[in-house]
Design a protein. Structure first.
Length: 190
């Protein structure tokens, strides 16, 4: 394996999560750029690779520019839906099963942490999508509960908290990605 192949393999690993056709196009372009640069400086491959910078940073920057692939976005949203459903503060389902309020608080925190992580890693657009998925999971689960349990007791304060937390999930998806974009230092384009 040549130094260029090792470099490109590291770039490939750093672009994990991207759509495969986009990733392969980028790697083809980089391979061509490395060959041209090496030929221009007298065959010095090490100098060509050093001029590009760290393979990890190059891969991460491309992933930042092109984003995650559709399958990863679906996975991020599916996890948010499950966490959103589990964060529903249902105290009593029928007469058999109790889901304590404090346990639902753990899932609210887990959902919020997941949404924040996705927004920082994948950007505010994906963060908003994941926040909407978590909100939808909560509201659909609540609607299903009310539909299947007509004797369920709901209060206006409880409904206010339900909708406020659900809306905050969307807000959490927007804030970190937007802040990261606004406060990041300008970078040289690849």
């Amino acid at each position: 394996m040549t130094a260029a192949d090792a470099y490109l393999n590291e770039v490939r690993r750093s672009m994990a999560g991207m759509a495969n056709p986009i990733r392969e196009d980028i790697l083809r372009e980089l391979r061509g750029h490395i060959a041209e640069s090496s030929a221009a400086n007298g065959g010095n491959m090490s100098a060509s690779l050093a001029a590009l910078g760290s393979a990890r940073e190059v891969g991460h920057r491309y992933r930042e520019l092109y984003g995650y692939g559709t399958l990863f976005k679906i996975l991020f949203s599916a996890i948010a839906i499950v966490l959103g459903i589990l964060s529903l503060p249902v105290l009593l389902l029928g007469t058999d099963v109790a889901f304590p309020l404090l346990l639902s608080l753990v899932f609210v925190i887990a959902a919020a942490a997941w949404i924040l992580w996705v927004s920082v890693r994948a950007g505010y657009r994906v963060g908003i999508t994941v926040g909407l998925a978590a909100m939808s999971g909560r509201l659909i689960a609540f609607g299903a509960l009310v539909a299947t349990q007509p004797d369920a007791i709901t209060t206006s304060g409880g409904l206010s908290i339900l909708f406020a937390v659900s809306f905050l999930f969307v807000l959490l998806g927007w804030i970190p990605g937007t802040a990261k974009k606004a406060w990041s230092a300008p970078r040289a384009e690849l």
